[in-house]
Write a protein that binds this ligand. Structure first.
Ligand code: FES
Length: 164
């Protein structure tokens, strides 16, 4: 019973947060896409409540919002892990050994591909360019780029972060 109450409270607070985020966008024209981007920026994913609230705010159908949201692969629909590890596998980083970085990272985290760890501490994503090719191979942790990474360095970094 207590669990249901906290779930309801959480849903209410997510809905309130989403509503506030949509209505407080500071550009002149508020669109479905601008609303999705604002919510993704604010809470790092698009919950169901956001789809409903955007549809109401923009006076379009839920299907209209889904068609925009699902078109862009960068939107995620479940909460991310506590820390987001982006591993660049773009052309430059690929040539500089990103496949070894990926293997080292996912081995260390006990997963087999990008996604969340079972303890939800990490989300691993593959990125096509982190914009720091001169420092490749690169990763980023919560958008902070770390260049010249090696398989051993990423292992140590993830171990340190896991213990914090
Ligand atoms: S290709 Fe990796 S940072 Fe550009």
């Amino acid at each position: 019973m207590k669990k249901n109450n906290s779930k309801t409270t959480n849903k209410v607070s997510i809905r309130a947060l989403v509503k506030d985020t949509i209505s407080s966008q500071d550009q002149k024209t508020v669109t479905v896409l601008s609303s999705l981007l604002s919510i993704e920026k604010k809470i790092q994913y698009i919950p169901d409540e956001a789809i409903e609230e955007i549809a109401e705010y923009c006076n379009v159908s839920i299907n209209d919002v889904w068609s925009v949201a699902s078109f862009y692969t960068n939107f995620r629909f479940t909460p991310p892990g506590e820390k987001i590890l982006d591993i660049c596998w773009g052309p430059t980083c690929h040539l500089l050994g990103s496949q070894k970085i990926i293997k080292s990272a996912i081995d260390q985290l006990g997963i087999s591909e990008e996604g969340e760890t079972t303890d939800k501490k990490f989300t691993v994503r593959y990125n096509t360019c982190l914009g720091a090719c001169a420092q490749g191979p690169c990763v980023s942790i919560n958008h902070k780029v770390i260049g010249f990474i090696t398989p051993d360095k990423i292992k140590k970094l993830l171990l340190d972060l896991s213990n914090n």
